[in-house]
Ligand binder design. Sequence first.
Ligand code: IPM
Ligand code: MG
Length: 370
Amino acid sequence: MSNKKILVLPGDGIGNEVMHEVLNIIDWLSKTRSMSFDISERLVGGTAYDKEGDSISDETMQEALDSDAVLFGAVGGPKWDDVEREKRPEAALLRLRKELDLFANLRPAVVFDALADSSPLKLNIVKGLDILILRELTSGVYFGQPRGISKVNDSEEKAIDTQSYTTSEVSRITRVAFDLARLRNNKVTSVEKSNVMETGMFWKKIVSHLHQNEFQDVELNHMLADNCAMQLVRNPKQFDVILTDNLFGDLLSDIAAMLTGSLGMLPSASLGPLSENGSRSAMYEPVHGSAPDIAGEGKANPLAMIMSFAMMLKYSFNMIEDSNLIEKAVQSVLSLGLRTSDISDGANKVVSTQDMGKAVIEELKKLTGN
Ligand code: IPM
Ligand code: MG
């Protein structure tokens, strides 16, 4: 069997530091767990703009298309605030999503017992929380046409974004939601604004139809997006899988992330359609950004990046055992009281990015006896 090809795109800011820790783990895994990957590394984001003139070059894009999975760090920073929109660091992310057809974005929000105190919400509201936001990622207002700014008359301009969805776009993400719910607590909450928007009514109709025809065993609720934002703060444990569109998913996943109190802990997966041979394009990235304010200081939390890699093992390579092993190792270092500064409550030992990465490998060694 040929090696799996992973394209590593560390990006900007802390992306590099946290990726470094994952590469050490991959190194350790290939020595001890007889798995081998072909890893190639390229520039993306502002760093790519500076060196290659665009936030993602055509060569890098091609390499992403040729890989089995992409591991992505983070992009952006104030340095590139004035760059034109098509070449901004974020444009690389949107291009990867669109060209790899990564329509299904899985954003789990899990509260680890050892960290339940770091949430700004009361302990009883978040303890044991384990929900999944499933965000449609390749359509909606992020990509809808027409868009742009045009002149109305000498003193007026007009800006337009378009929210649009087709039947197949809504159906395919809905299927993923029901499939995932069946592996979890069997409950889907579909979120839109059907009280105001055409796309909301359309979304609700398609989700209901599919539920009726193929997924009656899964519990389905519909919720308006504004209410969902409120419910996420009031009683987040009522949810299992939240299914929503691109823009609402962007907003709701930030709320869900904050429930855990530790943005530095949250991984994500973006998946393409399943092909006939069972493979799918995929990209894995931490939910946190490039944090330019702490870049290069060894303060970043590498755990979200490490757990994004664990998601890659699970969803792209079906290496469930190794994926679970990494998650266990992460839980162990947290139980030992190790904290990077973002998740420290003052009482714990604050460690650097590198030390946190090393500690995960030490736990992996203990767990495997290697
Ligand atoms: C996210 C981010 C991106 C988005 C930005 C960086 C383009 O906020 O992944 O949630 O809006 O999708
Ligand atoms: Mg966002």
